[in-house]
Design a protein around this ligand. Sequence first.
Ligand SMILES: [Zn+2]
Length: 286
Amino acid sequence: MVKFGPSGTSPIFYDAGYKITLDVPNWLNNIGLQAYEYSFGAGYRLSLEKAQNFGIEFEKYKISLSLHAPYYINFANPDNIMIEKSFSYVLRGFEYLKMMKGKKLVVHLATQGKLSRDEALFLTSKNLDDCLRRIYENNFENFYLCPETMGKFSQIGNYKEIIDLCVKDKILMPTFDFGHINCLLGGELKNKDDYKRIFDYSFEKLGEFKTKNCHIHFSKIQFSAKGEIRHLNYDDENFGPSFEPFAEIIYDYELTPTVICESKNFMAEDALTFQSIYNQVKTMKN
Ligand SMILES: [Zn+2]
């Protein structure tokens, strides 16, 4: 089953009279969404008690939960102390996943910094190996670590790099952020063939299970020559990508991803829009 949901809570949550974030699973269920991404991008600021209560609610309403690890993780940092910190942030993310009854931890792997691309990729790959060892040592191998495709050229993670890294281990599953991919392609993620290229490469390298159950971030994103500038809402007319061709690929390739919308303020509304576009495609093709 394809699942749709927002990253974080739209203003409509509060407009609808909800006051505490513990009500998020109930709210999502009421408006007809099935997934949610909780962001620890700025750090792990959630008490263990709240995390556990969240887990109970997410399970009760059958909302599929993913977590976003802190943005300051960087596997291409040449400093070993910083690398140890990055590992601890990943492990902490898995502890939260366990408490909050989620399955997927999304992570930005690295930035290139002053290194060459090859050096940064080498460090990222080596440190990912070490991180995987820690994950297994701590018995988190029943969860997925989902490296994300990034939107700036200075970051590690174009779609081929992410797919190639995900070959390493069964717990690595790609996060395709199509807003980001579109930034790196200079706005050329437009038709079905553009998506096909990405999924064909993923099927070839990662096989059916990881490709069909991949994690998706979708939103329109403004970009410059350096890549990503900022996230927009889906009604923006200047920047892409548009959801229709991707909805067709989901149907044609029988994908069952979790699609998380990262629009600026309308993530729940736009997630519902994506869902209805997908349902239209399904009705048309059946
Ligand atoms: Zn991200």
